[in-house]
Ligand binder design. Structure first.
Ligand SMILES: NC(=O)c1ccc[n+]([C@@H]2O[C@H](COP(=O)([O-])OP(=O)(O)OC[C@H]3O[C@@H](n4cnc5c(N)ncnc54)[C@H](O)[C@@H]3O)[C@@H](O)[C@H]2O)c1
Length: 462
């Protein structure tokens, strides 16, 4: 049975056997191939996020680091009724790859090993890095596919040269095959941890796979480096996660390629600091029907990501994903009286002394009963890559799970991790983090044939 048939059968089963009080009984569960062998993790970009993630995994493997912030490692999932007391760890409930089985590789425009890149990023202290120096030093970046028109502020020597973008895609596929042979991995996933590319819209060349492949051969300027990586991955049957706000797989051509080849994709832009806070606070204010007239967000950030975002083209990509959140959560079309006049603004300033320790300020102007105004101030002194690393781990493990479960195309259930979740064209994206979490956990229950939890709970009082 093909994956979509299985989906439909399973969904029909869930609808057909509705039981009491809104609980959906699944007659069937999804077949999931076991997580046998090693799992390769390839990251375009060996910078602050990817090295913090890799160093952290190596520390956890060696028993001197705790995977704090990771659902796959720490969270439990409730099964059945509240009276049943069944709350296994997620990692015991669904067959995830083990952390011990992860193997890393990647590309960067700089020649630094993952150890040197981590030292430069200065997220983790020298003592911690020394303890994982050996595995990190072994990770040497492969030559990148890079285009200065897409990332303007950085320049590096470790870049592929070739006549066409199609040749570059083939060179990436060769890199991937060599990595797979060298490490002996059974499966591979790719997570974009490279810089944010300049804002571009979907163009003619992105409309169909045929047009896209012709564009690769003709060096169409609308094809971004991240799309060449994604194309190479999807052609080799490798799931792709987009951690940046880049357009990448948000195009009909690459989306169709993923769906038609049975490969899961998800994105975009890890939801870490300020936007994470926004999706915590905004649903709460809206739930209480409190009005909002303004939300001003500003950040100072001194890492390489901050330097890239200092370019207006890259900032525009980030601004789009950061701004998209409030509109959907607050639904001003349904509540014009409360949110119709909202002024939402986001700023990022590059400020080198802070490095990766970003500081974000939010000023929220709200109003309550009879329109009386109030203010909320949030000052989040966060660590960007410390927040991002567990998200990368979860996404690696969940997208691999999705692939083994035969799920393909956009994985909306992973919206929880993204500022601008990819979604089907006929539905709006879900930004409320609590709905996203419910969607994620219900998808896991659905995969294992457990009852979906609606939180109706009337059966306890019958
Ligand atoms: N840290 C966070 O909290 C967070 C949150 C959301 C999104 N992101 C996004 O994740 C990405 C990585 O962030 P970071 O802090 O690690 O940045 P970083 O600058 O430290 O690392 C990015 C690396 O990508 C490399 N690179 C750029 N273009 C490349 C290409 N075409 N091929 C291969 N390598 C390339 C750069 O040389 C750099 O080393 C950025 O796009 C950032 O916006 C980060």
């Amino acid at each position: 049975m093909t994956p979509p048939d299985r989906w439909i059968r399973s969904l029909k089963a869930s609808r057909g056997s509705q039981t009491c009080a809104g609980e959906l009984k699944l007659a069937d569960s999804v077949r999931i191939a076991p997580a046998e062998g090693k799992l390769g993790v390839l990251t375009p970009g060996i910078g602050a996020v990817s090295t913090t993630f890799i160093a952290g995994v190596e520390a956890v493997k060696r028993g001197f680091g705790a995977p704090i912030g990771s659902l796959t490692q720490l969270a439990t999932i409730r099964l059945g009724k509240r009276t049943e007391g069944r709350t296994p760890l997620i990692k015991d409930f669904v067959p995830l790859a083990s952390i011990a089985d992860l193997e890393f590789g990647g590309w960067d425009i700089f020649e630094d090993s993952a150890y040197e890149a981590a030292r430069n990023a200065a997220v983790l202290d020298a003592a911690m890095l020394e303890r994982v120096r050996e595995p990190l030093e072994k990770i040497r970046p492969m030559e990148a596919v890079f285009d200065q028109d897409y990332v303007r502020r950085i320049h590096g020597p470790n870049v592929k040269e070739s006549r066409t973008k199609m040749e570059k895609a083939e060179m990436l596929m060769d890199d991937i095959r060599r990595f797979q042979e060298r490490t002996g991995v059974a499966r591979t996933v790719m997570v974009w941890c490279g810089s944010t590319e300049v804002f571009h819209r979907v163009a003619e060349v992105h409309q169909t796979l045929k047009a896209f492949e012709a564009g690769l051969a003709k060096n169409d300027p609308e094809i971004a480096p991240s799309q060449i990586y994604a194309y190479a991955a999807l052609k080799l049957g490798i799931p792709y996660v987009n951690g940046a706000p880049n357009l990448t797989t948000d195009t009909p051509a690459l989306h169709d390629l993923a769906r038609d080849s049975g490969i899961p994709i998800c994105g975009k832009d890890f939801k870490t600091g300020q936007t994470f806070m926004k999706t915590l606070i905004a649903p709460g204010l809206k739930a209480r029907m409190l009005g909002m007239s303004g939300w001003f967000s500003t950040n100072i950030l001194g890492n390489r990501d901050g330097e890239v975002l200092d370019d207006p083209g890259s900032f525009r990509s980030k601004e789009e994903t950061k701004l998209s959140v409030l509109g959907q959560i607050l639904q001003s079309d349904l509540y014009p009286q409360l949110y119709g006049e909202l002024y939402h603004s986001v700023r990022i300033n590059y400020y080198p002394p802070r490095g990766d320790a970003k500081e974000g300020w939010d000023n929220i102007d709200i109003f309550g009963w009879l329109g009386y105004p109030m203010q909320i101030k949030v000052n989040f002194l966060c660590r960007d890559s410390i927040l991002a690393a567990p998200l990368v781990l979860d996404l690696v493990l969940f997208i691999d799970l999705a692939h083994r479960a035969g799920m393909r195309g956009i994985q909306e259930w992973l919206s929880f991790y993204f500022k601008a979740p990819m979604h089907a064209p006929n539905v709006y994206p879900e930004h409320d983090i609590f709905i996203q979490l419910m969607k994620l956990k219900n998808t896991l229950r659905w995969m294992r044939g457990e009852d979906l939890i609606t939180h109706l709970g009337l059966e306890y009082y019958d």
